[in-house]
Design a protein. Sequence first.
Length: 303
Amino acid sequence: MADSQSNAPLRADAGVPTSGVIHVRTRLTAEFTVISNALAQRRGSAVTVGVATYISSLPTGTPVSITALCAHFDEGEILISRALRELEEAGYLERRRERTPTGRVRTRTYFYDVPGGEPDPDPDPSGPPTPPKPRRPRKQPAAATPAPAAGAVRDTVETPVQAEVKTEEAPAPLTDADPRAIAVLAGLRQVDPRLVLSEQEAARLAPAVTRWLTTGLLPTQITDHLTARLPADLLVRPVGILAYRLKETPLTAPAPATGSPETPERPVILEMRNCDGCDRGFRSAGHSRCRDCRTRNQLPATG
């Protein structure tokens, strides 16, 4: 006799939920991005999650600067900058200064699906090598390192890069900057109270201001150029927009042409004096009497 089989379901059908979201799933075969629930359900700013999701969906090599992100989103620079800082602190994003084979230093952005994860192996052996794993903003204690040998290798690779970046970012001391340029930068807050600069920011901008001064521009002209038509929603640190306005050096004032006519001299103003005859005021180079008194004395007497 065959065993009896029950047709009853393994569990009761819960039915449609009375509240909450109802998912309508569609199997995607192209044009989709996989992100972790930890990132998608991250508590905090919705702008941060949106920026992270957008960056995850972009192809490698797409610009993700603040300007590029502001062109895509409706939010301004302040919210976008805050979102990038939160992702950087959480370990999803890292901006690292690297030196190119030509010797130039540029900033590269690395985005991680999982904070602290290792990059995938390069699928194309003929392509450029995968960059080494950047330094994480939050490192584990030394005791948690699984292999001391691997840690030693990582230290030998990353220590020169770290020293190189610090050397590139270190600004010139403020004492070595042009005093005229520092005076121009320090006086900007008198025109616009929002233009408050630190010593490090002033040392960074001073060489550009010096180049502008050497072209013949007056400090007041440079101040007018830096403070004119500033946006109403100026960032907390205005050094970025000031550096952009000083990026290009103006043309040097042309030298005066040879043989150009000199500026005419002003006429000599004669001294004011009182006439000895009628006490009337008049201007004269040496006469003690006015013209009328001198004429009257020269007339012949009639009798």
